[in-house]
Design a protein. Structure first.
Length: 255
C-alpha cells in the first residue's frame, strides 16, 4: 500500500518520536519509505532545519525541505498575508528568532500588537496570561499555531501543548474568533501535498490524534491511519504497522 503512495505524511510526537527518543519502528519505517515521507507536525518549538538535524541523531532521516511545521508555517503566512503588522509572539525562543530573522515586526510585552501569535511557550505563566489577555482586549487578533491540548512523551505520560495555553486565554476573554494554522486546518496538508507533488488520493496520513491528524486528513480527502492504543487504531506504532504491511494484514489499507 505504501509503495503505491507518492506521499506518506507522518505526524511527529507519538508517531516517530516519544519524548526524547525515536518511537518503536520509526528508523526502520524511514529506511523503507523515506523518499516518500513528509513530516507534517503541529510542532511550534523548532524549525525544519533544526528538527531535521535533531531527528538525524535519532537515526530518523527526513530532510528539512520535507518537514512542515505549524510554527514555521505560521511565520510564513504572517509575512505573506499581513506584512508590516506588529506581532507579539508567545512561544519558544526559536519561533521568535525565526520570525525576527524573517523580518517580522515584533513588539515587546507591554506594547500593543496587531496580532498575538500563540505557540507552545515554555515560559508561559500568569503574567504572560495577563499580558496576552490585555492585548486581545485592546484589539489584537489571536493566531494559534495549533489546538493540541497535549502530546505523548515516554512511559505513557503526556505534556502540555499550545491548545492548553489557548484554553487559559479563552477562559479569561470568552469566546472570541481566532485563527488556527496547524492541523486539523487544511494549511499544512495542502503544503505537504504541494511539495510532494501529490494529489490527496495519492497520499496517506499516519498519526496518533484523531481530532487533529484524522479530522484534518479526512477534510483534505487523504486516507488516514491511526496509531495508538485505542480500539480504532490500525497499529500501536510504526513497528507494528510495518509488520502488518509486510504480512498484508493491514485490513482495508492493503492492496
Amino acid at each position: 500500500m505504501f509503495e503505491t503512495r507518492k506521499a506518506v505524511l507522518l505526524d511527529m510526537d507519538g508517531v516517530i518520536v516519544l519524548g526524547a527518543a525515536a518511537a518503536p519502528g520509526a528508523p526502520a519505517f524511514l529506511d523503507r519509505f523515506g523518499s516518500q515521507v513528509c513530516l507534517v507536525s503541529n510542532d511550534s518549538s523548532s524549525t525544519p532545519k533544526a528538527l531535521s538535524k535533531y531527528l538525524s541523531g535519532l537515526s530518523i532521516q527526513i530532510p528539512a525541505d520535507r518537514i512542515i511545521l505549524a510554527g514555521s508555517t505560521s511565520i510564513d503566512i504572517l509575512i505573506k498575508e499581513i506584512p508590516g503588522r506588529r506581532i507579539l509572539i508567545r512561544g519558544a525562543s526559536s519561533l521568535q528568532s525565526l520570525a525576527k530573522d524573517a523580518g517580522v515586526q515584533l513588539v515587546p510585552i507591554g506594547e500593543q500588537p496587531d496580532v498575538v501569535l500563540l505557540g507552545r511557550d515554555p515560559e508561559f505563566d500568569v503574567s504572560t496570561l495577563e499580558d496576552v489577555v490585555r492585548a486581545i482586549e485592546d484589539g489584537a487578533d489571536l493566531w494559534v499555531t495549533n489546538p493540541d491540548l497535549r502530546h505523548p512523551i515516554e512511559d505513557g505520560r503526556y505534556t502540555y501543548q499550545t491548545g492548553a495555553l489557548l484554553q487559559s486565554i479563552l477562559a479569561c476573554v470568552g469566546e472570541i474568533p481566532y485563527r488556527i494554522i496547524g492541523k486539523p486546518e487544511p494549511t499544512l496538508f495542502e503544503e505537504a501535498l504541494r511539495i510532494m507533488h501529490s494529489q490527496p488520493e495519492e497520499a496517506v496520513m499516519i498519526g496518533d490524534n484523531p481530532s487533529t491528524d484524522g479530522v484534518g486528513a479526512f477534510s483534505a480527502d487523504i486516507p488516514f491511519i491511526l496509531l495508538g492504543s485505542s480500539p480504532e487504531a490500525e497499529a500501536a506504532n510504526l513497528e507494528e504497522l510495518l509488520l502488518k504491511f509486510e504480512n498484508k494484514t493491514l485490513d482495508h489499507f492493503c492492496p
